[in-house]
Design a protein around this ligand. Structure first.
Ligand code: K1U
Ligand code: ZN
Length: 172
């Protein structure tokens, strides 16, 4: 299918709160394929629909992409139903926040309910990088970026860097 361009911050569309998918049909499955292609083209391990400008509650994740394998998973209307009190810190990056990486602390384990690509309800208990990636992508569905979890100073430095990069890009 098609790898679509990925929105980068600061773009107001990334702050949108995405809405639930009403029916998992062929149109949604085609969107999931485009999302997966876009994630692979950008060499990411996750992507939320809003990152390609579609405000629907869909995310794709493939942790095996790091090793060059393909094992994509789609999560439609995902909900975190439980989060551990134990926290874990990972250095996070984001395809919509290019060239910025920083430590973010989040619950170490989560339980998640979602619809799969066939519209069937599924549950998943995740830990490690999968738990972090799920929470990072779920944040996108609520208009939140990982830099929103950083200190005010670190976030404003990141926004300045991103704004400058966009200006340079626009100047050609
Ligand atoms: O933009 C995104 O939401 C995807 C993001 C997911 C993520 C990464 C790290 C921690 C939490 C969430 C990325 O995929 S950034 C690129 C990346 O992590 C990566 C790419 C190639 C090899 C290894 C890592
Ligand atoms: Zn991201």
């Amino acid at each position: 299918m098609t790898a679509r361009p990925i929105l980068t911050a600061p773009d107001p569309r990334l702050q949108a709160v995405s809405t639930d998918v009403e029916r998992v049909d062929d149109e949604i499955r085609a969107l999931v394929t485009d999302m997966t292609d876009s994630m692979y083209a950008a060499e990411g391990i996750g992507l939320a629909a809003i990152q390609i400008g579609v405000a629907k509650r869909i995310l794709v994740i493939d942790l095996d992409q790091k090793e060059g394998n393909k094992n994509p998973r789609a999560f439609i209307n995902p909900k975190i139903t439980w989060a551990s009190e134990e926290m874990a810190t990972y250095e996070e990056g984001c395809l919509s926040v290019p060239e910025i990486w920083d430590d973010v602390e989040r619950p170490a384990r989560v339980k998640c309910e979602y619809l799969d690509i066939d519209g069937k309800p599924q549950t998943l208990e995740a830990d490690g990088l999968l738990a972090t990636c799920l929470q990072h992508e779920m944040d996108h569905l609520n208009g939140v970026l990982f830099i929103d979890h950083l200190s005010r100073l670190k976030k404003s430095m990141a926004v300045k860097k991103l704004t400058k990069a966009k200006k340079l890009q626009a100047a050609g």
